[in-house]
Design a protein around this ligand. Structure first.
Ligand SMILES: NC(=O)c1ccc[n+]([C@@H]2O[C@H](COP(=O)([O-])OP(=O)(O)OC[C@H]3O[C@@H](n4cnc5c(N)ncnc54)[C@H](O)[C@@H]3O)[C@@H](O)[C@H]2O)c1
Length: 336
């Protein structure tokens, strides 16, 4: 449902899965729905009501702009279909809770496509934090430089009534990921926004804490696609752990500890080498995988708990709302 830029990407990924058959493609843009449907030998629909009349549909992947998720998601759940919702789950707490309640009442599953939770290197980071193999996790930092320049000024992303703004449309991914890795309750301590000349907010920044772990988030939508970059840095008592790019295909640990004790915590191929100050660099790498829809289908079939529930969607949305609504109190001070 919603065969736009990311819908097209998801269709390709879902079509490659043995657990999934693409039954239908729905988009308000009829030509787009028909082109995509033809490509996957599926039915084309131009509205959700018709899509939901198709008895062969068991799961709806909702890829429309964020402001539509609440109303359309509710219709999907009330029709008895499982909902694989793109982030954000909704724009408000009330709407997110309504979706969670509808899933429960209709005995269907609801998830949010938080891709980091399925990435083996993010999982390794969470495992390192939980096991305290590198000691306590002291700090997490995110520096996210996204391709805002490829989004035209009239794109829904720049309109907060449609997207919710950067924290809600985008930041929810990392609020969820950091809360999961640190395992603590999250709190926004401060946040600020930077606007472009046309008034659109293209950069946001926040300080937060997750239990006893400090966190810093910076999202900038001011780059070209070619120059996109995402860097996460985790600082433990006994080591530094950078995670690079949106879907990392490797993880590194720089530590004074013996690599032997840490290797069992890491996935994929592993290489180690000594670095300065008697430390070691441990690098684990593996190709990218597509696991979120597979996990969702497995949960539907087996009843096993979902890796990402509606509650995760709501909790991360609450942090995003807190970051969005935080008012900067301090005055600017000139120092010459
Ligand atoms: N999980 C991720 O990593 C990730 C990455 C990118 C985007 N997303 C999310 O995916 C969603 C879609 O983003 P996008 O970049 O593909 O947007 P997009 O604008 O490219 O696509 C949205 C599509 O929805 C269609 N649409 C709009 N209103 C509709 C309606 N009422 N009924 C049916 N179709 C309608 C549009 O015609 C368009 O084809 C957003 O929620 C976004 O946040 C998630």
């Amino acid at each position: 449902m919603g065969a736009g830029a990311f819908g097209e990407f998801c269709l390709r990924a879902f079509a490659s899965l043995s657990q999934v058959r693409i039954q239908a493609v729905c988009d308000i843009d009829v030509a787009r729905a028909e082109t995509m449907a033809f490509q996957y030998q599926a039915q084309a629909y131009d509205n959700l009501a018709d899509l939901l009349r198709d008895p062969a549909i068991q799961v709806v992947a909702l890829n429309t702009p964020p402001y539509l998720h609440a109303e359309q998601g509710l219709a999907v759940l009330q029709s008895g279909r499982h909902l694989f919702c793109e982030k954000p789950l909704a724009l408000t707490r009330t709407d997110a809770q309504a979706l969670i309640d509808a899933a429960t009442q209709n005995h269907v599953l609801l998830t949010v496509d938080y891709v980091m939770r399925y990435n083996p290197f993010w999982q390794a980071a969470a495992h390192l934090a939980r096991s305290e193999a590198l000691g306590h996790l002291r700090h997490m930092g995110l520096s996210n430089h996204a391709a805002g320049l490829s989004l035209p000024a009239h794109h829904w992303f720049w309109d907060k009534t449609q997207s919710g703004g950067i924290w809600i449309e985008h930041g929810v991914h990392f609020f969820d990921a950091f809360a999961w890795v640190a395992g603590g309750t999250g709190k926004i301590l401060a946040s600020t926004a930077y606007n472009r000349a046309d008034g659109a907010t293209d950069r946001v920044e926040a300080l937060a804490r997750f239990g006893n772990t400090a966190a810093h988030f910076y999202h900038a939508f001011d780059q070209s696609g070619q120059n996109e970059q995402t860097a996460v840095g985790l600082t433990f008592e006994q080591g530094y752990v950078p995670l690079r790019e949106w879907a990392p295909t490797s993880i590194e640990i720089v530590t004074p500890l013996a690599p032997k004790a840490l290797i069992p915590h890491l996935p994929g191929e592993i290489e180690t080498r000594p670095t300065s100050n008697n430390r070691s660099l441990i690098r684990a790498y593996a190709p990218e995988g597509k696991a979120a829809m597979v996990a969702f289908v497995n949960s539907i079939r087996t009843g096993h708990p979902l890796p990402v529930s509606g509650q995760h969607g709501l909790a991360s949305l609450q942090l995003a709302l807190a970051a969005e609504n935080f008012t900067q109190q301090a005055d600017l001070v000139a120092i010459t």
